[in-house]
Design a protein around this ligand. Structure first.
Ligand SMILES: Nc1nc2c(c(=O)[nH]1)N[C@H]1C(S)=C(S)[C@@H](COP(=O)(O)OP(=O)(O)OC[C@H]3O[C@@H](n4cnc5c(=O)[nH]c(N)nc54)[C@H](O)[C@@H]3O)O[C@H]1N2
Ligand SMILES: Nc1nc2c(c(=O)[nH]1)N[C@H]1C(S)=C(S)[C@@H](COP(=O)(O)OP(=O)(O)OC[C@H]3O[C@@H](n4cnc5c(=O)[nH]c(N)nc54)[C@H](O)[C@@H]3O)O[C@H]1N2
Ligand code: SF4
Ligand SMILES: [Mo]
Length: 666
């Protein structure tokens, strides 16, 4: 008999949908959207509707496994959980005694955005163990630091309010792929007469909706944003009254912007002066006007300065204080969670060694005294997702490194493990969910028993704590995780969200969020900080000369979430190349290209497309190694350089050359 149960999508996607799951005889047979979370409104993406394929795929890891063949060969023998836990806890204990916690590196990111599974039970365990702290910089570090320094915990304009706006400015974001519920509101807004502006080098699906599309050369947004600020000032569109009442640091923006005339912006970024002027005029006139800043902007050498310059625009032009006006970045601060109470860094007994996750390859190959001896990967697939793939592989090849990977499916990273541990999916565990795209807190419970011998992160770390003899109560209590995450009213909110499954956050007692209306900056004086000391002076680093003339972008695709589903959903990826760049290299549509630089090479067929900007090629992020002709993916071409603010990853700053390898294509 089929029953319909509720769940929540925990993937690293801003929409955090409520799900309706059909279960038959302990098996998930269908997944769709529900209305429990009003924002989901009964529909979800095609990826997650196909989730049952992934749940029961031949790639699903069903039991603990020990490596048998050479590292990376993907040959394993099944073992019991008792054996696996004894081996792993023995290894951790021996490493602690010999080299200390600094030799143990947990590596984790957004595989599960749930509060129990990421920075919850795991963090408590690794703090107690005394392992390295991973600095989480691979995504949202520059945007997070810039927005927090400027606005504190003030949240963003909700997507449901976008249809109220007269102008929507989408900057380095492609919601057609990455936030489909926002995309639907863009259609509504357009039908209601709103002007849609997109700033993106690529003519994305979102850009096709735009009334005005600015196509800067990647990495030049700081110039475009400061140029826009300058033009707004020249046409008298700075809201001096708002700035006097609510902003600090105005003078610093004024003098930084003064250097960027329309002509200079055009020379640096390639955005025609007339287009920027048109944008300034339309933005100045429109109210409400909302700016959605995406994560495409931050992933280059100027990313942090670009974001701060962009986020200053709604203040300069006085766009706050009305519903549907202001900006949206991550919305997760609207939940007012208590990450410290959740992660419990006080369980740690010694100071920690910090490792920047963007530089995993270097951590594995260069750190000394002690070197990393145990790498513990969960909620992440670094072989596919982290810069400098070849350096990471060199690290994983080390005989004296013990790699453990807790995973749902046999990923490119899990193949390199010495010990593979089976992880549950959201359908097999309980979880508490915040979101970075809306304000509905959600709770979900297991709808089926674990598939195979899979364990949730919470259960794995509980059993490891037991095996290591840790007796702190905080390592064992799921209820405590829930209450402590939810701040001072934790117990009350916990019981509400358990009962109702979905609870909308409120702002000043109301569900309506109006920036500078119901929600204010939590920075000094409740004023926006346009030039906070933490961000330093405005800086712009022009492109360094390079032997490799093309910029490689790797945006999100609508077929995957990061690398999740990459085993099946993107069978025939292509490198998008502008016809002029292709013709200059003798490449025809479908030819297989060698894309290369000093770090590595990727062999992939090309697609000729005017959607690409001349000089800029792109391929989807998150491909699995077997999706390309030579087993390397985009991260083999991406250096582990760090962004200007937040030490983040520079995914979209890679420089490459391409040449024809052969004219065959599948
Ligand atoms: N379907 C799907 N949804 C996802 C994800 C996924 O992989 N698949 N990933 C999730 C995650 S983890 C994240 S962080 C978000 C990311 O979602 P988005 O914020 O949409 O970010 P990206 O896809 O990285 O890039 C968005 C756009 O920025 C453009 N871009 C690249 N460089 C520049 C630049 O220098 N300047 C400007 N102006 N634009 C630039 C790209 O061409 C791209 O069209 O999406 C989430 N949602
Ligand atoms: N080339 C390129 N690379 C990029 C980017 C880019 O723009 N270009 N952007 C990046 C961005 S935005 C991000 S956010 C990162 C994402 O990097 P990752 O977070 O490493 O990417 P995912 O593919 O989401 O890998 C998550 C893995 O966690 C597993 N998982 C899911 N839930 C659980 C769980 O409950 N327990 C355990 N143990 N495992 C679980 C999934 O099966 C999946 O394999 O990648 C970055 N990589
Ligand atoms: S990936 Fe995003 S759009 Fe798809 S179900 Fe999950 S939250 Fe919803
Ligand atoms: Mo991300």
């Amino acid at each position: 008999m089929t029953t319909t149960l509720e769940s929540v999508c925990p993937l690293d996607c801003p929409d955090t949908c409520s799900l309706s799951v059909e279960v038959d005889d302990g098996r998930v047979v269908a997944v769709d959207g529900s209305r429990r979370n009003p924002y989901t409104d009964g529909f979800i993406c095609a990826k997650v509707r196909r989730y049952p394929e992934r749940l029961y795929s031949p790639r699903r890891i069903l039991e603990p496994m020990r490596r048998r063949g050479p590292k990376g060969a993907g040959q394993f023998v099944p073992i019991s959980w008792d054996e696996a836990l004894a081996e792993l806890s023995g290894r951790l204990r021996a490493t602690l005694e010999r080299s200390g916690g600094a030799a143990i590196l947990p590596y984790h990111y957004g595989g599960s955005n749930g509060l129990f599974s990421e920075e919850g039970a795991d963090a408590r365990f690794f703090h107690r163990l005394g392992a390295c702290i991973l600095d989480k910089t691979i995504c949202a570090a520059p945007t997070g630091i810039a927005s927090r320094a400027m606005y504190g915990t003030m949240s963003g304009v909700p997507a449901d309010d976008y249809p109220l706006a007269r102008l929507i400015l989408l900057w380095g974001v492609n919601p057609a792929a990455t936030s489909i519920h926002l995309f639907r509101h863009l259609h509504r807004a357009k039908q209601a007469g709103a002007t849609i502006v997109v700033i993106d080098p690529v003519r994305s699906k979102t850009a096709r909706l735009a009334d005005l599309h600015l196509r800067p050369r990647p990495g030049t947004d700081v110039v475009v944003a400061l140029g826009l600020a300058q033009r707004l000032r020249e046409i008298g569109a700075w809201d001096e009254a708002f700035l006097a009442q609510y902003a600090d640091g105005v003078e610093a923006v004024r003098s930084a912007a003064a250097e960027y005339s329309l002509a200079r912006v055009e020379a640096e970024s390639g955005v025609p002066a007339a287009q920027l002027d048109e944008l300034a005029r339309r933005y100045a006139e429109a109210s409400p006007a909302v700016l959605r800043c995406g994560w495409g902007v931050e992933r280059n050498r100027n990313g942090g300065n670009a974001v701060r310059a962009i986020l200053s625009l709604p203040a300069l032009a006085g766009k706050f204080g009305v519903r549907g006006g202001g900006f949206t970045m991550s919305m997760s601060r609207g939940f007012r969670l208590d990450p410290t109470a959740l992660a419990r860094p006080d369980l740690r007994r010694e100071p920690a060694r910090h490792v920047n996750m963007t530089r995993l390859g270097r951590a594995l190959t260069e750190l000394r005294d002690p070197p990393i001896e145990v790498l513990f990967v969960y909620n992440a697939n670094p072989v596919a997702m982290t810069p400098d793939q070849n350096r990471i592989l060199a690290g994983l090849r080390r005989d004296d490194l013990y790699t453990v990977v807790h995973e749902q499916v046999m990923t490119d990273t899990a193949r390199w493990a010495d010990l593979v541990l089976p992880a549950t999916t959201i359908f097999e565990q309980n979880e508490l969910h915040k979101s970075y795209g809306h304000h509905v807190l959600q709770y979900s419970e297991a709808v089926i028993p674990p598939v195979g011998a899979a364990l949730s992160n919470v259960e794995l770390f509980r059993r490891l704590s037991q095996a290591l003899g840790f007796d702190d109560a905080a390592l064992y209590d799921e209820n405590d995780l829930m209450r402590s995450a939810l701040g001072p009213d934790g117990a009350a909110v916990a019981s509400r969200v358990r009962r109702d499954r979905a609870v909308a956050m409120t702002f000043d007692g109301r569900e309506e969020l109006v920036q500078f209306g119901t929600d204010f900056p939590t920075t000094a004086g409740r004023r926006v900080q346009l030039a906070p000391p933490a961000l330093g002076e405005f800086r712009y680093r022009p492109e360094a000369p390079s032997a490799y003339p093309l910029i490689l972008l790797t945006p999100a695709s609508d077929k995957l979430v990061n690398s999740t589903f990459g085993e099946s959903h993107l069978p025939d990826p292509r490198l998008k190349v502008h016809p002029d760049d292709a013709v200059a290299r003798g490449l025809a549509d479908g030819d297989v290209a060698r894309i290369y630089n000093d770090l590595g090479e990727v062999h992939l067929p090309v697609r000729l497309s005017a959607d690409a900007l001349p000089g800029v090629v792109s391929m989807p992020k998150g491909l699995w190694c077997d999706a390309t002709r030579n087993g390397s993916t985009s991260t083999a071409l991406i250096a582990d350089d760090l962004t200007d603010i937040g030490d983040g990853a520079c995914f979209n700053d890679a420089r490459v050359e391409i040449e024809r390898l052969d004219s065959r294509s599948s």
